[in-house]
Design a protein around this ligand. Structure first.
Ligand SMILES: [Zn+2]
Length: 346
């Protein structure tokens, strides 16, 4: 390769006559002219299956550009209707883009389940009725859509999206935390996910409180078996319980952060308590994973911006003198699931 430039989704690459000869036999997507080669953009489908909504998009893999995206309700009871809703949405997006399905390299699937390396699930109790332990979701989608499929856990894939396309770009070790109803964790090293069958997405269950500290947060106890775990302290649902206790009323997390910005003292105290607990967790992650950056995402993190300096100042853990962990907020928001799942084909 002598030279490279790009325009939109086309990449012009100067290659040797020898390579032109070889590639022209194998890659029909490329166009060759006097030693110059045009590499067409590679596209994959990203499918993010949630408990209430399915998000789906067609992604240009090099740039992370979302070419088309749709959101529709998750069919929770009827298997045939579930696959038909996905197939229809894909056909609709391809039609809008005037794109042929043969241009797609495959479909990446993101789901809130432990996923085995053969593409089967360990069960989705509470999400859909028809995916018991061992359900072959990857195989079923390949058959339904006639596309290659790859699958992984949703928290891990959000981490991959942030590392490749979002706030983690330019860093080597990217740890992403997603604060929603629970806390999801994903680690990406040099753009690659760690071992598929690792349980890092469950790393939100490290301990940050003792059993007598804010014990209303452990009622009911977390399914992980620990009292005082990070998820039962800093997730969105845990913060709602703490707001009820400290402010004596039921308001949303977002509203509480707004009150703190308006200098309501009880709300400021609640945010300060939250940041202390948050940083107890983050400081442990620095020692466990040695991240260059920790990306904070999910609904609760939408209110973190005014407090980012306070959070950064409380990251006092470091594994050696030169190591420093940056704290960033998610840049991808709603699209992180479809970007991360499509990126399984990078
Ligand atoms: Zn737990």
């Amino acid at each position: 390769m002598i030279n490279k430039s790009s325009y939109g989704n086309l990449y012009w690459v100067r290659i040797s006559p020898f390579l032109v000869n070889i590639l022209s036999h194998y890659d029909k997507a490329n166009i060759f002219y006097k030693g110059w080669c045009v590499i067409m953009g590679r596209y994959a489908v990203g499918l993010d299956i949630g408990g209430t909504r399915i998000k789906m998009g067609i992604i240009e893999l090099e740039s992370g550009k979302v070419m088309a995206a749709e959101v529709f309700p998750t069919e929770r009871h009827f298997e045939v209707v579930f696959y038909e809703s996905i197939r229809k949405s894909l056909c609709h997006m391809l039609s809008k883009l005037s794109m042929d399905a043969v241009k797609l390299v495959g479909i990446g699937i993101s789901i809130g389940s432990y996923v085995y390396s053969d593409g089967t699930l360990n069960g989705l109790i509470g999400i859909v009725d028809f995916m018991p332990y061992g359900y072959p979701l990857k195989k079923k989608l390949e058959e339904a859509l006639n596309l290659n499929a790859k699958i992984d856990n949703d928290a891990r894939l959000i981490g991959q999206a942030e590392a490749l396309y979002g706030a983690g770009r330019g860093f080597s070790r990217v740890l992403t935390l997603t604060f929603g109803t629970g806390i999801g964790v994903g680690l990406c090293i040099d753009g690659q996910l760690t071992d598929k069958e690792a349980t890092i997405h469950l790393a939100g269950h490290i301990r940050v409180r003792d059993e007598h500290d804010c014990k209303w947060l452990d009622e009911p106890p977390c399914y992980c078996g620990l009292t005082g775990c990070f998820e039962s302290t800093c997730s969105g649902s845990a913060l709602e319980k703490q707001i009820h206790h400290m402010l004596g009323k039921d308001i949303s997390n977002q509203k509480m952060f707004q009150l703190a910005e308006q200098e309501s003292q009880t709300a400021v105290n609640c945010v300060r308590w939250y940041i202390e607990m948050l940083c107890r967790g983050l400081n442990q992650y620095v020692y466990i994973y040695c991240p260059d950056v920790i990306v904070l995402g999910g609904g609760v993190s939408n209110s973190f911006a005014p407090w980012l300096v306070d959070i950064q100042e409380n990251i006092i853990a470091k594994v050696n003198e030169r190591q420093k962990t940056a704290i960033r907020l998610s840049e991808l928001k709603e699209h992180s699931g479809i970007l991360g799942s499509a990126a399984l084909f990078m």
